[in-house]
Design a protein around this ligand. Structure first.
Ligand code: PMP
Length: 310
């Protein structure tokens, strides 16, 4: 006799179509995405115990691959998680995943989980950490937002203090950001600005933030408790200087953001995107400003012509 729970689960809830296709790399082997899964006792699933990276591919080149993998291994180190593979091995595997999936322009997700353990918290009860690479295409925000700007809100809950979780760890536990993202979506927008417990502006749920006032560009310093964004660094060190612009990293307060002429966000998936409104109030003229546009153009030109892989 069939088991009733199995019957009702399969009869009433058809599995949703997977939003991507292709081959996923897990611990050295490729398998179709439909078959790629983690064990229910993996502490990545049970506790969000692990770390990840999102990496872009532009014209077949893997943008800032080395920096991403170094950040990944720094995250693992800070979690006392010994990666299954060396930096060189995981780099070779990422290149292979991009090639196997024929990704010319896309996105790669690299995930390390703690591995299979007991139901208890002890991470050292786990076996070997797992390594996963998913290579896919991407579209985060609609194209029109890059022209018209993106409205955002200020999240009501603060960014997790650095004393509680080192923001250099890009961990699998994103609940602080997810709850802020929920606030954003419930308010009808796609991003939320997070303030730290000292009242300083930190970052958005998946992007770093910059503001422009009277031609000066500023971004919260890393002490504000932000992810040390790779796109942020690229914009500060390479994109802005190429346009003769300098960006200052310092403590930023919410009133400065609210009075800014322009605001833009940076991130691997978002790239450089202007903000049109905060909490319904226009930023500057409520459109993407001239400096943001120039930075966005220069960013795109650089990644699309010869994306640096360092
Ligand atoms: N902050 C947070 C919280 C992020 O998750 C991300 C990455 N999506 C960023 C900033 C941007 O970092 P990067 O430029 O390295 O993608």
């Amino acid at each position: 006799m069939s088991d009733q729970s199995t019957l009702s689960a399969t009869a009433c809830t058809p599995a949703p179509a997977l939003p991507l296709t292709g081959q996923v790399w897990i611990n050295g082997a490729f398998m179709p995405v439909e078959e790629a899964s983690v064990n229910v006792l993996d502490h990545g699933l049970l506790y969000g115990d692990g770390c990840f990276e999102g990496i872009r591919v532009y014209g077949g080149r893997i943008f800032k691959l080395r920096s991403h993998l170094q950040r990944m291994h720094q995250s693992a180190d800070l979690l006392h998680l010994k990666p299954r593979y060396s930096l060189e091995e995981i780099e070779a595997a990422v290149r292979q995943a991009v090639e196997v999936n024929k990704i010319e322009d896309g996105y790669v997700r690299v995930v390390y989980t703690r591995g299979i353990g007991t139901l208890g918290l002890n991470p050292f009860s786990c076996g070997t950490p797992q390594a996963i690479i998913i290579a896919a295409t991407i579209s985060l925000y609609p194209d029109s937002m890059y022209v018209e700007g993106m409205p955002i809100i200020v999240a009501s809950r603060p960014r997790l203090p650095i004393q509680c979780l080192d923001p250099r760890i890009k961990s699998l536990n994103y609940l602080n950001n997810i709850l802020a993202k929920v606030e954003a979506i419930e308010a009808g927008v796609l991003e939320a600005l997070m303030i730290n417990i000292d009242g300083e502006v930190a970052e958005c749920t998946g992007d770093n933030v910059f503001l422009i006032k009277d031609g000066s560009i500023t971004t919260p310093h890393t002490e504000a408790g932000i992810l040390h964004g790779i796109t942020r660094r690229f914009v500060i060190d390479e994109v802005a200087p190429a346009l003769g612009m300098t960006i200052t990293e310092r403590a930023v307060h919410l009133d400065e953001v609210k009075n800014a002429d322009e605001i833009f966000l940076t991130g691997t998936a978002a790239e450089v995107i202007g903000v049109s409104h905060i909490d319904g109030t226009p930023v500057g003229c409520g459109k993407v400003g001239a400096i943001t546009s120039a930075l966005n153009d220069e960013f795109r030109r650089r990644v699309q012509t010869d994306a640096p892989e360092d």
